[in-house]
Design a protein around this ligand. Structure first.
Ligand code: RB5
Length: 142
């Protein structure tokens, strides 16, 4: 189950991500927001981050205007490794190296086509499980 969240700046791009998830039969839970009316991104960051941290959802996707605020807020939740990505290389590397459990994107930064490719890369790349990467992730949590 993928947890989805956005603010008003990310709402339209979230709809494109939902279309991709539905076309690929990937189950998701949408934690809002539900329109382009202005809201506060930390509210949605925390809903998604809590769902991933408590294992209700295995991964999350967060979208705001830049992706910055919503990723900063998500990373305040223990156990969350939220990576802001604007390219497929970073999306692949953050899964392989950081075992990132939430992808953040900026809707005012990315077009829908690239954003969906980034989502596809993020969801289809496994953590390397290399000892050095496990050690470094554990150092983040300390
Ligand atoms: C909202 O205007 C904007 O500040 C928000 O979407 C995000 O970019 C914050 O980091």
């Amino acid at each position: 189950m993928i947890a989805l969240g956005c603010d008003h700046g990310g709402y339209e791009l979230k709809l494109e991500v939902i279309k991709y998830l539905e076309q690929n039969n990937i189950p998701y839970k949408d934690f809002g927001c539900d329109s382009t009316d202005a809201v506060d991104y930390p509210v949605y960051a925390k809903k998604v981050a809590n769902a991933v941290a408590n294992k209700e959802c295995e991964k999350g996707i967060l979208i705001c205007g830049t992706g910055i605020g919503i990723s900063i807020a998500a990373n305040k939740v223990k156990g969350i490794r939220c990576a802001l990505c604007s390219d497929c290389f970073s999306a692949e590397a953050t899964r392989q190296h950081n075992d990132a459990n939430i992808l953040a994107m900026g809707a005012r930064v990315l077009g829908g086509g690239l954003a969906v490719k980034i989502v596809d890369t993020f969801l289809n790349t496994e953590f390397s499980n290399d000892e050095r990467h496990i050690r470094r992730i554990n150092l983040i949590e300390d």
